[in-house]
Design a protein around this ligand. Structure first.
Ligand code: 4AD
Ligand code: MG
Length: 461
């Protein structure tokens, strides 16, 4: 079988030649002596029209096919200068690989994304999700390519862990204990020594702590894998299972971290625009009219920079616009993040130096004793897409902060060890991959940026 992608990309080679393609029927109509079917083979965004005539011995069977049927078509590729499509196949044979029942839910009309979420096993066949998941695949490749070209080592961090990197307690527990008969200790707590790992474990919320151990051995590393958060927030940008890219760089500070984040995002945008022009044009036409212009301007300008304290000053002046009023010390909500990046900067912006109270234990304390060397990258349409920081590399300061937060020292001995044996300045960040896909495509809901979304109350398929 030849792919439709190959035919479109190297059309001169195939015109007036015999080709064989396999795909699914997007639409079909017939008159008495001939018919048309539109074929989509999944390898390319565009479809291929097939003309079939009553000379074919199974003409009647072909006419009976429903949308969604799988067929193999052999025929001649002929140019159609007047038609919308540049060419079509005149079929010498149409072999039916698998028929489709008449109740096939994907008919020619445009379906809402809400409806398509209820059939996540079929939605990858639609234009919308063909485009989204090809861009997602290319973006994943671009991210690996970006880091590999820069000699970063890809490290596979574990999914089951005993630690809570972000300290937010939003973890899915992993246990083999019998929930109907949980073993208890004498002081009335669950006895995790009897659990599979001999201690309490959970799905990871971030690979960072493990990645740091590799950064202190390889210098520059990155992770790219699933992470899990039991956040009870039912929003368009939170998923319970999402993928995160987490580079970690040694001998580097917060500035280096932001330079890396900015060049990575720009690299991915360029890669996707170059390698998925049909898909990007589709998003630009049907999802987000300004998308391509906006992405073009993002890659050609520097990102903005503002400290948290400056950002609060800007936002306080505009508190009338917000449901949740800001003041120094509060965490930024999506509405504030979007206001900063959409109304004030009108481009991606790094917010730095947040109050230590609203950030994780591992971030490096600034000299003011109040803020930490953190950075969030905010983008229009979404808000936070990246969260990162320079890490506390001083043993005593880190330990003091852990004690303040009443963290169990023995659980983080390995992490403290890194500060004991050849500690270096180091920094890293996490890019939420689904939010990155949303940013690249204009897709507005995270449920439509991941193939099989897991959100509060929803774990279909
Ligand atoms: O800001 P976060 O919590 O940072 C970390 O996890 C650090 N350990 C990263 C690091 O420094 N290595 O999460 C990073 C990013 C966010 O900016 C967001 O894009 C994404 O992960 N993210 C989510 N995406 C979808 N659903 C959720 N529930 C998310 N929570 C975070
Ligand atoms: Mg964050």
């Amino acid at each position: 079988l030849i792919t439709v992608r190959e035919i479109y990309r190297n059309r001169e080679q195939y015109l007036n030649q015999e080709v064989t393609v396999g795909g699914w029927v997007r639409s079909i109509r017939d008159s008495k002596t001939f018919g048309f079917l539109v074929l989509h083979d999944g390898t390319f965004f565009e479809t291929l029209q097939v003309v079939f005539a009553d000379q074919l011995e199974n003409f009647a069977d072909i006419c009976k096919l429903n949308v969604g049927a799988a067929v193999i078509v052999k025929g001649t590729l002929v140019p159609t200068p007047e038609a919308k499509q540049p060419f079509e196949i005149q079929a010498a044979s149409v072999e039916v690989e698998g028929t489709s029942a008449p109740d096939y839910p994907l008919q020619k009309k445009r379906h809402s994304v809400e409806f398509l979420r209820t059939i996540s096993h079929l939605r990858p066949r639609t234009n919308m999700f063909q485009a989204t998941f090809r861009v997602r695949s290319l973006a994943a490749y671009a991210i690996h390519k970006f880091f590999q070209e820069r000699d970063f080592v890809y490290v596979h961090t574990p999914l089951i862990t005993g630690s809570d990197c972000e300290g937010a307690g939003e973890m899915f527990q992993v246990t083999t204990l019998d929930l109907k008969n949980v073993p208890m200790t004498e002081d009335g707590k669950v006895d995790y020594t009897q659990d599979f790992f001999g201690k309490s474990t959970n799905l990871t919320v971030s690979g960072q702590l493990n990645a740091e151990t590799f950064a202190q051995a390889f210098r520059n590393v990155y992770t790219f894998g699933p992470t899990f958060r039991a956040e009870n927030s039912n929003t368009a940008r939170h998923a319970a299972e999402f993928w995160m890219i987490e580079p970690e760089i040694a001998f580097a500070d917060l500035k280096d971290d932001m330079v890396l984040a900015e060049s990575m995002l720009k690299y991915v945008i360029r890669y996707v625009m170059e390698n998925a022009p049909e898909e990007m044009a589709f998003f630009n036409n049907f999802v987000d009219k300004g998308l391509i212009d906006r992405l073009n301007s993002v890659v050609s300008a520097d990102f903005g920079h503002v400290t948290y304290t400056e950002a609060i000053e800007i936002l306080e002046k505009n508190n009338d616009n917000f449901d949740y009023k800001v003041s120094w010390g509060c965490d930024l909500q999506t509405e504030h993040e979007r206001y900063l990046t959409e109304q004030i900067f009108k481009k991606p912006v790094f917010v730095t130096d947040y109050p230590k109270e609203i950030k994780a234990f591992y971030m490096k304390m600034n000299e003011d004793g109040k803020t930490v060397a953190a950075m969030d990258c905010l983008v229009p349409g979404i808000g936070e897409i990246i969260g990162g920081s320079q890490r506390e590399d001083d043993y005593d300061k880190l330990l003091a902060r852990m004690n303040e937060l009443r963290m169990k020292e023995e659980d983080y001995k390995f992490y403290l060890d890194l500060r004991k044996y050849g500690s270096t300045r180091h920094a890293g960040f996490g890019l939420g991959f689904e939010r990155c896909v949303m940013y690249l495509t204009g897709v507005a809901n995270i449920r439509d940026a991941i193939p099989f979304p897991r959100t509060v109350g929803n774990c279909e398929l």
